[in-house]
Design a protein around this ligand. Sequence first.
Ligand SMILES: *Cc1c(COP(=O)(O)O)cnc(C)c1O
Length: 381
Amino acid sequence: MKFETKAIWVGQEADKATGATVVPIYQTSTFTQEELNKNKGYEYSRIGNPTRNALEVCLASLEEGKYGLSFSSGLAAEHAILFSLLRPGDHIIAPEDMYGGTYRLIKEVIEPFNIDYSLIDFTNLELIKQTFRPSTKMVWIETPTNPTLKIFDIAAISEISRRRNAISVVDNTFMSPHFQKPLTLGTDIVVHSSTKYINGHSDVIGGAVILNDDELYKKIRFVQKTVGAVPSPFDAWLTLRGLKTLAIRMERHEKNAMIIARFLETHPNVEKVFYPGLETHQGYELAKKQMTGFGGIVSFMIRGGKNEANEFFKKLKIFQLADSLGGVESLVNYSAIMSHSSFPIDLRNKIGVTDNFIRISVGIENHEDLIEDIKNALDGI
Ligand SMILES: *Cc1c(COP(=O)(O)O)cnc(C)c1O
């Protein structure tokens, strides 16, 4: 089956008990056993639940992986990976550009367990090689990065990691499996904030891990069921429903994003535009190679600073000033004090998240309405 068909059918055959065509919400904490050691495959919903299972099977299939695991948030998924696979004394290499919450997780929650990390420029493959230590166990990749949209070479970095016996992880939240499949490029583990494109409707917090390796799977699965940071049956169901339309949503997000990126480039109150689909973008060639689309996030620098950014936000009518991204509704975000508030100011400036930096999550509304809204707001500054 092809991607669009898998999204609708894999893990979602008609319900065995009732014939329900759509996977039911099994809103139950426990499952009755016929006698000791005899059950229908489920015992207790922290360990497993049929609605969650359907989501996990479908996600694995869309990423072309063997195993899928879902979590109650993207960060819970990241935490399960880090906590199950690393031990005191280990070292992680990660890009200095990455989602602020991941940075905070590594720095404030993981490092105190005596797990060291190096944050470096991932566009420099030589630097990545030089940063390896005997204790390096994991290389954390995020591409395109949140919010500067830098593109890193997944195949090359995964290969560098494999040669040095380190586990490679890709945060694939921005592209979703529709536009990028890291496991097919040699990565060991894919992680998602399914809060974003996978669910796609800004109404669920969730995360996912997809992988092929049996041993790594056993360790992460053990932490998932032992800690229990799992989605509720209803959240799993909403995510599965969102997932069915992932392909058509991503295509519209991308179409609208390209139109908006091109428009922003022409506006006198815009200093610089970041979108992987622009020929001028840092990673344009690499993006064309490892992605099958450019996604729905566009960032830009407004002429001015925080005051001009705030004027722009206040004048917008359709775009909402809010955290998060990847939903059908268009949002704007002021990264410096929203998504990247946990970054120290010097690192934030170094990666380019300056006081005039704005991230747009382009929704799937009519593009003429979106352009008009942005134009009015920019013209009015
Ligand atoms: C939002 C986000 C996360 C965190 O996911 P939550 O679901 O908010 O816990 C991780 N990585 C990226 C790239 C994100 O955008």
